[in-house]
Design a protein around this ligand. Structure first.
Ligand SMILES: Nc1ncnc2c1ncn2[C@@H]1O[C@H](COP(=O)(O)OP(=O)(O)OP(=O)(O)O)[C@@H](O)[C@H]1O
Ligand SMILES: [Mg+2]
Length: 385
């Protein structure tokens, strides 16, 4: 026995997160078992993550606040994409480690630049073009899907354009990306992690079912009911994309499977993703633990799917305002395999993400059936006007 065997693997590491929302909150829940201390930067006092992490109150782009975050962190990471890549680059120049890096964020946060990157690396992403006005839109051709190049999320800033008039509100907001309309059979997604040593770990392919009214993710089914060949193709494309990016952290990659059986990449998120929440209960390592492992240079954990799962978001009811009132949680508690995660938000708004539910089952069908039943019972109302 040499003394070196008794050395700790590392001293306690500190992670700073820009954004203190639900993703940071779920990272913070995974942090103690990794011996990590977390600090979040968020403009709203009492942000969701502040229950489990130290909070610095400040804007995401406030350079002074970012410097304060970096000063108490060994590595800085993100819970949101709408952070100034230039501000993060300034931190890097001052010696801070940022993961994913300002360069990776810069590629991803502009949807047009992201598509150019994918195309340049031979990754399938459909036909697209930058569009600024009616003339460039007409040159691309209608119908198409028009997207704000920056700051779109949860389907906000995405629109099907059949007629030039449909494009006006989005074009008025700034530069856009036009995409060929995909005849979607299934929307698929996969989480992939990569650490600074270049180790890559991927999770199973899942299917995302969307709510057409809110244009927001409705239910995730894990694993996706697709052929092994399609799952293998998604896994290969996701790994290639993250390696090409040189990304460090966890990434969510969204795909469209079209009715001809072809797969295109829709988009990449440089952080834990809604479609990976099921990993907390269903996989050997949750996406949040995996992200922290990746950005702090630890070995990646196993990604095995232990049980089939289905998860859905708890959104504010269409008229809900004020202090949240959760309904149906007792029934959920009586359902074997069902787990609720509440995000600790102090007020509810229509369609605001207030929490999520994951149900594991003996089969994908069993989990999805239980989730569908609970989906009709669990609601978030508000006590406000
Ligand atoms: N080229 C396309 N063809 C057909 N449908 C599309 C296309 N692009 C996007 N959509 C539809 O619009 C949805 C939202 O698009 P996208 O993922 O780009 O936006 P987002 O605002 O980043 O969404 P989120 O934050 O929910 O992932 C997709 O999930 C899909 O249902
Ligand atoms: Mg998306």
């Amino acid at each position: 026995m040499t003394a070196s065997n008794d050395k700790p693997e590392a001293v306690r590491r500190r992670v700073g997160i820009v954004g203190g929302g639900q993703l940071a909150r779920m990272m913070a829940e995974a942090a103690p078992d990794l011996d990590l201390a977390l600090t979040v930067l968020d403009p709203t006092p009492g942000a969701p993550a502040s229950e489990f992490a130290t909070q610095i109150v400040g804007d995401f782009d406030d350079r002074e606040a970012l410097r304060a975050l970096a000063a108490v962190s060994d590595v800085v990471t993100l819970d949101i994409e709408a952070v100034s890549a230039a501000a993060l680059a300034t931190l890097e120049e001052a010696g801070a480690t940022v993961a994913p890096s300002s360069r990776v964020l810069g590629v991803i946060q502009d949807k047009f630049v992201q598509k150019q990157f994918l195309a340049a690396h031979g990754l399938p992403c459909g036909r697209f073009a930058a569009v600024e006005d009616g003339a460039t839109l007409a040159a691309f051709g209608l119908p198409c899907i028009l997207k704000a190049r920056r700051h779109g999320y949860d389907g906000r800033g995405v629109r099907l354009v059949n007629h030039p008039d449909d494009a006006a509100p989005l074009l008025a907001g700034g530069p856009c990306l036009a995409e060929a309309l995909v005849d979607i059979d299934k929307e698929l997604a996969i989480m992939v992690a990569r650490n600074a040593r270049g180790e890559v770990a991927h999770y199973p392919v899942v299917e995302a079912v969307f709510d057409p009214a809110a244009n927001i993710l409705d239910t995730i089914k894990a694993p996706a009911a697709v052929s092994p060949a399609i799952a293998a193709r998604c896994t290969e494309l996701a790994s290639r994309a993250i390696v090409a990016l040189g990304g460090v952290g966890i990434f969510g990659i969204e795909f469209f499977l079209d009715r001809a059986g072809d797969i295109v990449i829709n988009e990449i998120s440089p952080r834990p993703h809604n479609s990976g929440h099921y990993t907390i209960e269903a996989c050997a390592t949750s996406q949040f633990e995996q992200h922290l492992r990746a950005v702090t240079g630890m070995p990646l954990g196993p990604t095995t799917l232990m049980r089939p799962a289905a998860s859905f978001n708890l959104l504010g009811e269409p008229q809900a305002h004020g202090v949240p009132a959760y309904r149906g949680l007792d029934e959920l508690a009586r359902t074997p395999g069902a787990v609720v995660h509440l995000y600790g938000k102090h007020s509810v708004k229509p369609y605001r993400k207030m929490g999520h539910v994951t149900v594991t089952g003996n089969s994908g069908h069993d989990a999805a059936a239980k989730a569908a039943r609970l989906r009709g019972l669990v609601r978030v109302e508000g006590n406000g006007p």
